[in-house]
Design a protein around this ligand. Structure first.
Ligand SMILES: [Zn+2]
Length: 426
């Protein structure tokens, strides 16, 4: 296409900013650059990830926590001026858009990558390759014979070309990146980039002056939730597949929104709030799982949310603005994806449960829980059982029962992060 590669030692583009954004239909990865650069994007299925190779770029090696479909952004310097970014994803994804936007309106050139879930599409999981890289200055990657180009090159045409970018340093490279007809380079055999493990935030409900529900035998919900959180943390860490943070590891009061803020601020991939309910009807028992919704799924879920949200009032906080805050967050459309993922995890909890664990009828419910409002962090609230039910209360104070329940939750977490790994309830 007449693109002329600059002579050796091109000026390297700097990365001014790297960010992930969650939209209703996609997760967008953006790099702000000092000049346009060649790139190549490949999807992989084992494990599910997107690999971005960049040329003529300097990368500080910073890692980004995951958001949306992307679990994390890890980087690896492949060669001078060559950087590989590895984005492990929550499942199969397809590249909707991958292109360099030329500088305009005073904004620097940007690399834009849009990812959408691939599940349910005819080509779910089919590998995609978009863009090509120029040969490295010191050739070290053999070029493979051209494969079926039509099959391997998919996705929209990058739109970055035209006179507005001519004459700018690196403008020719934009065209090089846009030359889709070339054979992609084979992936270089190299140990996989170090990827930060997904962070699970576990929230033991209540604490301090807020005991939560109180069992007939005098046991406090706040003590049961903390014991369960510690057991779940122990098992998740033992798997060596996750990082874990507890919102509290002692008997202290924490406002609901501060609990959600822990998940948000630490870039959690999943937020699990643990509770044990209590109601007047003493015969009701079993586990249930809740996700956030503007409208409660039923009246019971609504009154439960009111009970759990009351924790802040017990801690001396003004609760009057809470429903509005919840509503404001729900207005944000980017929450839809988070809510879908929350529901997916909630369903996984149910299918992963040890068969010995009693379950409430229609156990998947939703309501306006104040603790489930961390933006972009899939969040569920697990009511592990009823302290008002004699047997449930006895089981929840039993360490062996907690180990069984924690193991069930670990299976659900495994299933969430690596589809196919979760085992069915049998
Ligand atoms: Zn509770």
């Amino acid at each position: 296409m007449g693109a002329i590669r600059p002579p050796a030692s091109p000026v390297l583009s700097q990365i001014l900013d790297a960010r992930l954004g969650v939209h209703p239909d996609k997760t967008r990865f953006v790099l702000e650059l000092t000049q346009a650069i060649p790139f190549r994007v490949q999807t992989q299925s084992s494990p599910y990830s997107v690999v971005i190779d960049l040329a003529d770029v300097a990368w500080g090696g910073a890692m980004l926590p995951g958001r949306g479909l992307v679990l994390a952004v890890a980087s690896d310097n492949m060669a001078p001026g060559r950087v590989r970014l590895v984005l492990p994803t929550t499942g199969p994804v397809r590249v909707v858009l991958a292109e360099i936007i030329p500088p305009r309106d005073g904004r620097p050139p940007r690399f834009i990558l849009d990812l959408a879930p691939a599940s349910g599409t005819p080509h779910a999981g089919a590998p995609q390759t978009i863009g090509t890289l120029p040969p490295p200055l010191a050739p070290q990657e053999p070029v493979s014979p051209p494969p079926e180009l039509a099959a391997s090159v998919t996705g929209p045409q990058p739109s970055a070309n035209g006179p507005q970018s001519a004459g700018r340093p690196g403008a020719g490279l934009v065209v090089a990146a846009a030359s889709l007809g070339r054979a992609p380079l084979p992936p270089r055999p190299k140990p996989p980039a170090k990827v930060e493990l997904p962070l699970i935030v576990i929230d033991p409900g209540h604490g301090g002056q807020d005991p939560g529900a109180i069992a007939g035998n005098g046991t406090y919900e706040k003590d049961i939730t903390l014991a369960m959180a510690r057991e779940l943390r122990r098992q998740l860490l033992a798997s060596k597949r996750y990082r874990v943070v507890l919102t509290r590891d002692k008997d202290i009061f924490i406002p609901l929104r501060d609990r959600a803020a822990v998940a948000r601020d630490q870039g959690a991939s999943l937020f699990i709030s643990l509770h044990a309910d209590s109601i007047d009807r003493k015969q009701v028992r079993g586990l249930s799982i809740y996700t956030l919704s503007e409208k409660a799924s039923d009246r019971e879920a609504e009154t439960l949310a009111q009970r759990e949200n009351r924790a802040d009032a017990l801690g001396g906080l003004d609760l009057s603005s809470q429903p509005e805050q919840v509503a404001n967050i729900l207005i944000n459309l980017s929450q839809r994806e988070k809510m879908n993922q929350s529901r997916r995890f909630a369903a996984l909890v149910l299918t992963s449960l040890d068969k010995a664990i009693a379950v409430l009828p229609s156990p998947l419910r939703s309501a306006g829980f104040g603790v489930l409002t961390a933006p972009d962090v899939p969040s569920v609230l697990v009511e592990m059982g009823y302290l008002s039910h004699t047997k449930d209360a006895k089981l929840l104070t039993n360490a062996a029962h907690r180990r069984r329940m924690a193991a069930s939750l670990v299976r659900a977490v495994d299933g969430y992060f690596s589809p196919g790994a979760g085992r069915k309830r049998s």
